[in-house]
Ligand binder design. Structure first.
Ligand code: PMP
Length: 422
């Protein structure tokens, strides 16, 4: 073999693990990622993913927004832009947030490539290895993955059907502080939470804000689903009550389109410059093209009606899921009843391992996400997240019925009670 062929021989380099930075240890594919390949097969009813239902988005209208943009503002749209985000869009983002009671200055808004990038930037700014991040139990798998990559230790705080329990938060802070742990922020999703679908009521929002203010812990309020309430608007955002201690994350992924990858962070003034510098080092600037697409869409199209039409679609799907859970699932199972958003959280009898059950569900042509994906500590074995956002109501019924068959079989295999709800 010549020198050249030796040098360019491909394959996994030796001792690769040792050559990685320490933080790369936490960079492992989420349980959801490996699941998606299977769940996206056409014959499977996927109750696994959280993909918005774009069939409700008029594509001709989107095409005309994009082509007008290129023809009339192409020189700007296809150019680099500001690291903080397009000034006009930042003003419009403030108008969108006003719907949830937030009064904000466009100068405190940093546009990001989806709110996922904002989660990454905030983690980069705040987390040293071993720092504690407080999060709901269960919490969003994508945020847990980011926190893990920055070597944080996530401590889950008890939740019930009304979201995080303030007294449990108080206790967790006390215990952690007594053990000398550094708590960097509280991460929570107050509206139609991912994965549980529950809503944090206004009185708990106020109490949690008070606790965190007194304890000098920042609150990261992640709010991609706030405008997707089916019957009534969600309570005011937590940021509406506290502009000093809340880092608010928003996104157009669920109200317009996730493919455009536009989200934002509204931060206390003291954090803005750090966030912009951190973002510039990872992406230089968010895409002018997609920001201006959204900006022109918001300026010229009936976007509030479009959100209402998304909500109608999701409500029908939510109803189909809840009705079929009632009809087919056993009495020993319980589930949340979301008033908006994408997800239902199902709790089965504790002897059922939803991860081990997954291959049987795939054979029955239905997919879900096992509960352990939403915990940093291995909890959640007997829970699962079902999403109703994407399949049609008929497919949802078919999927829930098939899944109930698998669950009932598991329960009877373990000698459990098979009585049905209805
Ligand atoms: N936060 C939560 C709670 C989410 O559910 C998601 C997407 N599923 C995100 C953040 C990231 O969304 P995006 O990057 O598309 O804005």
């Amino acid at each position: 073999m010549s020198d050249l062929t030796t040098r360019f021989h491909t394959g996994t380099p030796q001792n690769l693990e040792e050559r990685f930075a320490h933080r790369a240890t936490g960079m492992v594919a989420s349980e959801i990622r490996s699941l998606f390949a299977v769940a996206s097969r056409p014959e499977i009813v996927s109750l696994a993913g959280g993909m918005p239902n774009l069939s409700a988005l008029p594509m001709e209208m989107m095409a005309s927004v994009v082509s007008d943009l290129i023809l009339t503002q192409g020189q700007e749209a296809l150019q680099y832009g500001s690291g903080q985000g397009h000034p006009k869009l930042r003003e419009q983002i403030c108008e969108v947030m006003a719907l949830e009671g937030i009064r904000a200055n466009p100068d405190d808004v940093v546009v990001t490539t989806g709110s996922q990038q904002a989660l990454d930037l905030i983690s980069r700014i705040f987390i040293d290895p071993g720092d504690v991040i407080l999060a709901e139990a269960p919490s969003y798998v994508g945020a847990l993955g980011t926190f893990r990559q920055y070597e944080a230790s996530v401590v889950h705080v008890e939740t019930d059907n009304d979201g995080m329990v303030p007294e449990s938060l108080r206790q967790a802070i006390k215990t952690l502080r007594a053990a000398g742990r550094k708590i960097k922020f509280l991460y929570l999703i107050p509206n139609y939470q991912n994965p549980s679908g529950v809503l944090l009521p206004a009185n708990r929002r106020t109490e949690i804000l008070q606790i965190c203010r007194v304890e000098e812990i920042f609150v990261v309020e992640d709010n991609p689903y706030g405008l997707l309430g089916f019957d009534k608007p969600s309570p005011n955002a937590m940021r509406a009550e506290d502009s000093e201690n809340v880092i608010y994350l928003g996104s157009f992924s669920k109200t317009i389109s996730p493919g455009l990858r536009v989200g934002w962070a509204l931060v206390p003034q003291s954090l803005k410059d750090k966030l912009v510098v951190a973002s510039e080092s990872s992406i230089l600037c968010p895409s002018n093209f997609t920001q201006m697409t959204i900006s022109n869409y918001l300026a010229n199209q009936p976007w509030r009606d479009q959100i209402a039409s998304f909500c109608e679609q999701y409500k029908m799907r939510r109803d189909a899921m809840l009705e079929s859970l009632d009809e087919y699932f056993p009495k020993s199972a319980t589930w949340t009843k979301p008033g908006g958003g994408f997800y239902v959280w199902v709790t089965l009898p504790p002897e059922i391992d939803t991860k081990a059950m997954m291959p049987k569900a795939i054979v029955a042509k239905v997919a879900y996400v096992p509960g352990t994906a939403f915990y940093a500590d291995g909890f959640g074995t007997w829970s699962m997240r079902l999403s109703y956002c994407h399949p049609t109501p008929e497919r949802i019924r078919e999927g829930v019925k098939a899944l109930a068959g698998v669950v009932n079989q598991e329960i009877s295999r373990r000698g459990g009670n098979l009585e049905l709800n209805s």
